[in-house]
Design a protein around this ligand. Structure first.
Ligand code: URA
Length: 237
């Protein structure tokens, strides 16, 4: 793909805008030599105004989604894309959230422009555990773990029962729930199905990846080691 198009696809502007950057000598190589639109240069060697180019397509990042943000591109309120460089919203292929967290859920959100990778992460057959911590409005009854693990729980308006899920009771009103699927509002609906109500919900982990030191609103690109960790969760303690 031509350099101008490659750079335009990263959200730096239209092809015309990017051609303009070249004409102004703002696109250089790592040594500061001005590049021309028909040059053949490796991605890692390109600088714009001295800064390295954003990652090429195939990127995967993790964001610590704060409360109050939606996983939408069009909601008039706060959206997760507001927490990333504005350019990222204009990338082609599109940068999508890997599944969704509700506006009132915080925690680890993955985003990628790689459709096959996205599918692999969310597909139940991959069995990638998504871990949620819930604060509940009422005390747990005691039978929830068995019901959630049974693989027979049917949520309203669903055609298939939920896949078995594991519930760890932390105390009467706090629980950790591990799911391998991601149906609409699944955690809230599961607790509603047992007469409870989720007051706060946080996702600290997907597969072998945790938020580590990432504070609310912070994000970072994931490298090959992170990807390997994502798909190779540590065995349960
Ligand atoms: N389940 C929910 O109910 N909400 C989320 O945000 C994620 C899982």
């Amino acid at each position: 793909m031509k350099l101008v198009k490659r750079i335009a696809n990263l959200g730096y502007g239209s092809r015309k805008d990017v051609a303009h950057l070249f004409r102004e000598g703002r696109v250089t190589d790592a040594a500061g030599e001005v590049l021309y639109a028909d040059d053949d240069v490796a991605h890692a060697d390109i600088r714009i105004d001295g800064d390295p180019l954003d990652p090429a397509s195939g990127l995967l990042l993790m964001l610590h989604k704060p409360l109050g943000y939606t996983c939408s591109t069009s909601d008039p309120g706060r959206i997760v894309y507001d927490l990333l460089p504005t350019r990222f919203r204009r990338r082609k292929p599109l940068l999508s959230t890997v599944g969704r967290l509700d506006r009132d859920t915080s925690g680890l959100l993955l985003m990628t422009d790689d459709g096959a990778l996205l599918h692999r992460i969310i597909a139940p057959k991959t069995h990638l555990p998504k871990v949620y911590e819930a604060t509940l409005a009422r005390d747990l009854r005691g039978d929830e773990a068995a019901l959630f693990a049974s693989g027979t729980l049917m949520l309203e308006a669903e055609r298939e029962p939920l896949a078995p899920a594991s519930l760890e009771v932390l105390d009467a009103r706090h629980a950790r729930l591990t799911l391998i699927e991601g149906r609409y509002h699944q955690v809230r609906r599961m607790f509603a199905a047992v007469g409870n109500h989720v007051e706060t919900l946080h996702r600290p982990r997907i597969g072998g990846l945790g938020l580590d030191t990432l504070g609310p609103g912070e994000w970072r690109l994931l490298d090959d080691n992170d990807r390997a960790r994502l798909f190779a969760p540590p065995p349960p303690a």
